[in-house]
Design a protein around this ligand. Structure first.
Ligand code: HDE
Length: 717
């Protein structure tokens, strides 16, 4: 493994520059920072032999960190022990409420660079000049599970990006699926309650395969589009570095002349899209609970920085009005074949967090954080979100001053008359805490003033086919077609991908206890695609129920290849991991050859051996990266083995070794092997095919999955 990269001090501190009292004073005229009052947690004033003295939170040095103060050596502990009390008091309060959704996430810092300026479309500062850069913080998450749940459940993934622009923070809080389950914010608590663990029994954790979720789905056909995406391979990504991101809603771009266009935002992973196979996802949950978190952390740590191209689909109101769906409806996407995604920037994640709690846990995203040049639309889901996120931060972070937490603070100056509140860490000077004031006329600081020319102005013309004089609790007629787009999605998949979707429905519905719920979902699926409904019914051994009556008859839309992962798969080893099985006497030259191929292509080789400490190969001694039983092949994109015939024979009696090949084969992975390994392959039932190759064919075969093997292993009919 490569050495851990240590960022330069300047780099590390970039986020902290605007922390209260940290050198620069971003808030000079109204929010004096109190300079010397703010000592850093690391101290810096108090070193002995380069090691800081241990103190309590008020700076008192601690002489003994092993023993509490007692009345006699075996006596009771004294209340007087302020050191013990402070330590335990603080510990007792370490946890804050976890996010009600997206509780489990991984964060990283990075940079966004504009690669194609678009001032004609938007005045957003970061898109004005080629090469403009701005720091970002990204949090990628699962939705349903709690903070300590697994990384690989079938779920949507959150894709939240905070751009620290020179005109303020812009939060693009999206998902890895371009549509959402519901059309109106008022249904969000119902959706989330239905999918989270059931209220009486407290399970299942991090899983949608249970009664209440599917009950909701069957009764809310608008959810089907997102459901079919979640049931597809998109719901079980191989890596957080290999997911797309979507802003989901239609937003507005507004240019300097006040002209507006609609826009949809996209993130496209440079490493390409890749997913797991369901059986793999299940096994990984046991083999490495932190599979995605570890993968992201390690790749950044090793300097393999994940990157995404940032793209936009831009269109105007006239185009929108001609579509068979409403662009304000978050359950609809715009096929890329209709409006291509124009790439205008790239984001690279290049620094892990220094502290998980301070940054990843405390980061507060809010879709209401927009900058001049970007504005909202009347999408009723987006409108509800604009309320919700500000609210949630108060209950999660406990104070209206959550914006002062370094990861949330803007990196541009901010000045206003908001004052006080719990955990106020800024020390404003002067008495100008209201406006208008004339204090400047007396030579005092009068504080900041509004900026009509450069400040945020809401895009005024409400042209979104709307009559604002009517107050109505209704769903617009234009939101009524719930089936055409899930049908489009299903029909745009490859044969294997369709089979995966059908299997996912069967798996999930097989966990549903209520017969009428299964039936209702099947009756909905008949509107999506009859063959899908038949496959699912057959998998459950159920008769097909009557078709649900659609509010609007679906139509057939032209197939979109961009909706399929397999149709876009990249044949690359970059970012992928090769597991190499070795044992006593393996040929080191061959091992090194494999390692070089993978490293050269930007991948990671990982040596697996029956014993991890040290091993004598033909050609030298090495240490393995992982022990066989603890490093099952589900953790790798492809496997290779370099074994002497003797060792291979011995390993045929080790179920971990047999399973290593059996599952690699079942998951359609490349298996590159030496002659000696053959006996082990035979035991594992591995048959020869284009993906089972001799070692010297590994470079040409690569680490792509061999889907053509799948019909031999699974019923795809
Ligand atoms: Fe969220 N969502 N959401 N959401 N959401 C939250 O905010 C909410 C929606 C998304 O990594 C919460 O700070 C409502 C759509 C992401 O910190 C909460 C509605 C999309 C994250 C909340 C939606 C998202 C959240 C929980 C319907 C994709 C994680 C903690 C009106 C476009 C951000 C928090 C992170 C988090 C509310 C719908 C994405 C409770 C009310 C649609 C990626 O405020």
């Amino acid at each position: 493994m490569a050495d851990r990269k240590t960022p330069s001090p300047a780099h590390r501190n970039s986020l902290h520059d605007h922390a209260p009292g940290a050198g620069k004073t971003p808030t000079t005229d109204t929010l004096g920072t109190g300079g010397e009052l703010h000592q850093s947690v690391q101290g810096g004033h108090d070193h002995a032999d380069g090691v800081a003295h241990l103190t309590d939170n008020f700076g008192h040095r601690i002489a003994d960190n092993e023993n509490s103060l007692k009345a006699g050596a075996r006596g009771p502990t004294l209340l007087e022990d302020f050191i013990l009390r402070e330590k335990i008091f603080h510990f007792d309060h370490e946890r804050i409420p976890e996010r009600i959704v997206h509780a489990r996430g991984s964060g990283a810092h990075g940079v966004f660079e504009c690669t194609k300026p678009i001032p004609h479309l938007t005045q957003a500062s970061l898109f004005q000049k080629m090469g403009n850069t701005c720091p970002v913080f990204v949090r990628l998450s699962t939705v349903v599970g709690g903070a300590g749940s697994v990384d690989t459940p079938r779920d949507v993934r959150g894709f939240a990006v905070k751009f620290y622009t020179e005109t303020g923070n812009w939060d693009l809080v999206g998902n890895n699926i371009p549509v959402f389950f519901i059309q109106d914010a008022i249904k969000f608590p119902d959706l989330v309650h239905s999918v989270k663990m059931e209220a009486d029994r407290g399970y299942p954790q991090a899983a949608s395969a249970h009664d209440t979720f599917w009950d909701f789905v069957g009764l809310m056909p608008e959810s089907l589009h997102t459901v079919i995406w979640a049931m597809s391979d998109r719901g079980i990504p191989r890596s957080l570095r290999m997911i797309e991101g979507f802003g989901v809603h239609t937003f507005r771009f507004v240019n300097a002349q006040g002209r507006s266009h609609f826009v949809k935002f996209h993130w496209k992973p440079v490493l390409g899209l890749q997913s797991l196979i369901w059986d793999e996802a299940v096994k990984i949950a046991g083999a490495d609970n932190d599979f995605h978190r570890r993968d992201l952390f390690e790749s950044i740590d090793q300097g393999h920085y994940p990157a995404w191209d940032f793209g936009v689909q831009v269109f105007d109101e006239d185009w929108a009005a001609r579509q068979p769906y409403d662009v304000l409806d978050a359950t609809k996407l715009i096929p890329e074949e209709e409006i291509p995604v124009e790439i205008i920037g790239r984001m690279t994640l290049n620094r892990n967090v220094d502290n998980f709690f301070a940054e990843t846990e405390q980061v507060a995203f809010m879709p209401s954080n927009v900058i001049p040049g970007i504005d909202f639309t009347n999408d009723p889901l987006l409108q509800g979100r604009l309320f919700s996120y500000l609210d949630t931060q108060k209950s999660r972070l406990g104070t209206t001053n959550f914006h002062q937490i370094p990861v949330n603070a803007p990196k541009c100056p901010f000045h206003n008359f908001q004052r006080d509140g719990m955990m106020q860490t800024l020390v404003p000077t002067g008495r100008a805490n209201y406006e208008p004031n004339s204090l400047a006329e007396a030579g005092e600081s009068g504080g900041p003033r509004a900026c009509p020319t450069t400040g945020f102005t809401t895009f005024a013309p409400n042209t979104e086919r709307n009559d604002p004089s009517e107050k109505l609790r209704v769903r617009p007629e234009s939101f009524a077609d719930h089936y055409s787009q899930p049908r489009l999605f299903y029909r745009s998949q490859t044969r294997n991908e369709r089979a995966h979707i059908a299997s996912a429905f069967v798996f999930e519905l097989s966990k549903v206890q209520l017969e009428h719920v299964r039936k209702r979902v099947l009756s909905q699926l008949r509107n999506v695609d009859e063959t899908l409904a038949q496959r699912v019914a057959a998998g459950l051994a159920m008769d097909l129920p009557e078709k649900a009556k659609p509010a609007k008859e679906p139509v057939d839309l032209p197939v979109s290849d961009k909706l399929s992962i397999q149709k876009q798969a990249l044949d690359t080893m970059a970012g992928r991991k090769l597991g190499i099985l070795v044992a006593e006497g393996s040929d080191l030259t061959q091992v090194n050859r494999l390692r070089d191929i993978v490293l050269h292509a930007g991948g990671t080789p990982f040596l697996v051996a029956p014993r991890v400490g040290g091993i004598t190969l033909k050609g030298g001694d090495i240490k393995a990266d992982g022990q066989l039983a603890g490093s099952p092949s589900v953790l790798f994109d492809a496997v290779a083995s370099v074994l002497t015939p003797d060792m291979a024979e011995k390993l045929t009696h080790d179920s971990a070794a047999v399973e290593w090949f059996m599952t690699a084969y079942a998951h359609c992975k490349t298996i590159a092997h030496c002659k000696g390994t053959q006996i082990l392959l035979d035991k594992a039932g591995v048959e020869k095919d284009a993906g089972v190759v001799p070692l010297d064919a590994f470079a040409a075969t690569g680490m792509i999955r061999h889907w053509e093997r799948e019909p031999k292993l699974r019923d795809l009919a």
